[in-house]
Design a protein around this ligand. Structure first.
Ligand SMILES: *Cc1c(COP(=O)(O)O)cnc(C)c1O
Length: 360
């Protein structure tokens, strides 16, 4: 068996310890004689799994009691519709568009009401985060929406926007659990787990209780109401049971690593190795304004498409896979999520240096 260094943006690298544990429990989960995939989501064993997962996540993120944690399906993209359907009481919402995911969310919200694009960084191919200290937030906006870490472009908000009292809704798919957050500053935090937490198929929604109401847009399907899932502790119907089990293991892994403070320190150290090299290299260049750089997704280019392709190919042959940039951006992107070991980044940089020597 040989594992590669997987720099995929998602689905992405998971901790090897977690995968090994899951493998050990595959045929007989704790004496039940079956795998977690095969058990009833109403069983005692499964109840413990989902309850512990929620408790561990609450502990990791220090989630206040007046927030619900929901384990849902449909990916992050389904939230693009669920958010307006549930929160657009006035049918008005403000969107800050800092990349494709925010743009898709904005476009989806336009179906349901008046979505206002109050800021955007599209003028410079989303390579920065706009100043959000004094935006024209709409008087009657039901919420202000951001994508906190832009997976494709590699930018991250270092300070949250001033929402002028409106609830902040944040897509944190690609920075979930990468550093501590103050949950009380948000109305809704949500993310697909396949970037930094677990297998695709689970989306986690952390939502302030007063935002969960019966007063949703007419025609909202039962399955898309936050209230039905909150009232049933994510067990209204069969949840993505195996995925939640793996997320639970990752939460325990994070706790054992020292929690989110420790993760932040580790992620900063890892990202610095790559960014420092990009800043000194004559061949490779980062594509993002320095102060807005993401700790999780690092796009870079040589400026020569053929050379980019050569690099991606040779890197893959050397065991550094999935470094090709998003199809809309080109170049390269190294996603260095929580589970990417520091050795992976050190070795990648050593490989880049050698490539620069050969091709510079
Ligand atoms: C990947 C990603 C999405 C889309 O996730 P799906 O689960 O495929 O719908 C949305 N937002 C961000 C920030 C992402 O990185």
């Amino acid at each position: 068996m040989s594992r590669v260094y997987n720099f995929s943006a998602g689905p992405a690298v998971l901790p090897e310890e977690v995968l090994r544990e899951a493998a050990e429990e595959m045929l007989d989960y704790k004496g039940t004689g079956m795998s977690v995939m095969e058990m009833s989501h109403r069983s005692k064993a499964y109840e413990t799994i989902i309850k512990e997962a929620e408790a561990d996540l609450r502990e990791l993120m220090n989630i206040p009691d007046n927030y619900k944690v929901l384990f849902l399906q449909g990916g992050a993209s389904q939230q693009f519709a669920m958010i307006p359907m549930n929160l657009m009481k006035n049918r008005v919402a403000d969107y800050i568009v800092t990349g494709q995911w925010a743009k898709k969310a904005y476009q989806e919200a336009c179906i349901y009401g008046k979505a206002n694009k109050i800021a955007s960084s599209e003028d410079q191919t989303f390579s920065y985060i706009p100043d959000c200290s004094d935006l024209p937030v709409s008087e009657d906006a039901d919420y202000v929406y951001i994508c906190e870490n832009n997976t494709i472009y590699g930018t991250k908000y270092k300070t949250l926007p001033n929402t002028k009292g409106k609830p902040l809704v944040a897509d944190v798919s690609s920075c979930f659990l990468s550093e501590p957050v103050d949950v009380s500053k948000y109305g809704v935090i949500y993310g697909g787990v396949q970037k930094n937490i677990g297998p695709a198929g689970v989306v986690i929604v952390i939502i302030r209780e007063d935002l969960i109401t019966e007063d949703v847009l007419p025609g909202t399907p039962t399955m898309l109401k936050y209230k039905i899932h909150a009232d049933n502790a994510s067990l209204y119907n069969t949840p993505p049971a195996y995925g939640i089990y793996i997320c639970g293991k990752v939460f325990k892994w994070l706790k054992a690593k020292g929690g989110l403070e420790a993760m932040k320190e580790y992620n900063e150290k890892k990202a610095k190795i790559l960014y420092d090299y990009l800043d000194e290299s004559k061949l490779f260049k980062g594509t993002v304004r320095k102060e807005d750089r993401s700790l999780m997704n690092v796009p870079f280019v040589t400026g020569d498409e053929e050379l980019d392709a050569k690099f991606v190919k040779e890197a893959a042959a050397a065991g550094f896979v999935n470094l090709k940039g998003h199809r809309t951006v080109g170049g390269m992107r190294a996603s260095i999520y929580n589970a990417m070991p520091i050795e992976g980044v050190e070795k990648l940089v050593a490989f880049m240096k050698e490539f620069e020597k050969q091709n510079g």
